[in-house]
Design a protein around this ligand. Structure first.
Ligand code: MTE
Length: 310
């Protein structure tokens, strides 16, 4: 109740880069939210990170771009909408973030953010993120291997796929007041993809907790797939026998497939996939098969026609 009467952050306070770096000032602004909902305080430090060996040797995209050039339709369809609308995420009554794990597993249940994440050591990994719109970034993510989390729920022999669901809350997500997409945003992976060591359940970036525009407090990062697979603000995880009907497959089935592996050989109807623009750079660069992770993941798809299974 108290938080409903708190003033919302002004846009100027949210878009000022120094704000992200000046933690004390930020926490003072969001003090009530910080104590009631630690995972959503925003820009809180994540101490004790393990330096994972999964780090590409390329310059990381500036924090300002990572937090201000976003695709997150729950906040709106423009790249600048998520950062601008992010304060609405703090505006609602706080509660612990809960994630429901269901379906083909021995130990289904609803667990809090702390119960889901805190048993694991946080790693920092530097990955490429390649969007189907032919731009890319390099992001130092913080998270835990998804496999370690999923195993605790003991998927059974019928579990062949995993489905992920984003929160539905039009009060926090103004974009959900419009029918741009069929809410909730749903994504899915085959179980072996979900269990692959590269697949990360991210809770932060640049050493700090995720901000709303990047999918606070928990999102997926699947670095060899187009960015739309990396679903944000997850509240549901379900083990199933069949693949999820994902949001983008429902919205435009000829444009978006279930696999969505980065593939310079197969163009999207509206965007050539052979090259990409790294955000902050002028010249385009070649897109790499599986976004540069072919050595680790190509074997998952042996015998499959990736032009058919796009
Ligand atoms: N998750 C949800 N729930 N809603 C979205 O609109 N956009 C996807 C993905 N996850 C999206 C989402 C797309 S298209 C991309 S490219 C990435 O998030 C962008 O992640 P970033 O903004 O953190 O770079």
């Amino acid at each position: 109740m108290l938080l409903r009467t708190q003033p919302r952050l002004r846009e100027s306070e949210v878009t000022d880069k120094s704000l992200w770096l000046d933690r004390r000032r930020f926490l003072a602004l969001g003090a009530a939210a910080a104590s009631a909902w630690p995972a959503l305080a925003g820009a809180g430090p994540l101490p004790g990170l393990i330096r994972s060996p999964y780090r590409i040797d390329e310059a990381a995209t500036p924090l300002k771009d990572v937090t201000h050039y976003n695709n997150f339709y729950e906040f709106g369809t423009d790249k600048s909408d998520p950062a601008q609308m992010a304060p609405s995420f703090f505006g609602a009554v706080p509660k612990p973030w809960m994630v429901t794990v269901s379906g083909e597993c021995a130990k289904p249940g609803t667990v809090s953010y702390d119960d889901l994440i805190k048993p694991h050591k946080l790693e920092e990994r530097i990955y490429r993120l390649r969007c189907v719109e032919a731009w890319s970034m390099v992001i130092p993510w913080v998270g835990v291997p998804l496999a370690d989390v999923l195993k605790r729920f003991e998927p059974n022999s019928k579990a062949k796929y995993v489905e992920f669901t984003t929160l539905v809350d039009p009060e926090r997500f103004p974009g959900q007041r419009r029918g741009t997409l069929d809410w909730p945003y749903v994504e899915g992976l085959r179980l072996d993809e979900a269990m692959h060591p590269l697949t990360l359940l991210a809770v932060g970036l640049y050493g700090e907790e995720l901000l709303p525009q990047n999918g606070a407090p928990i999102r997926l990062v699947v670095p060899w797939k187009y960015g739309f697979k990396s679903i944000k603000s997850i509240v549901g995880i379900r083990f199933g026998e069949t693949p999820a009907r994902t949001t983008w497959m429902k919205s435009a089935p000829r444009e978006y497939g279930f696999y969505a592996n980065v593939n310079p050989q197969v163009d999207h109807p509206r965007w050539s996939q052979g090259k990409e623009r790294r955000i902050g750079e002028f010249l385009k660069r070649d897109t790499l098969a599986f976004n540069g992770y072919a050595d680790q993941v190509a074997g998952l798809y042996s015998g499959m026609d990736l032009a058919v299974n796009y």
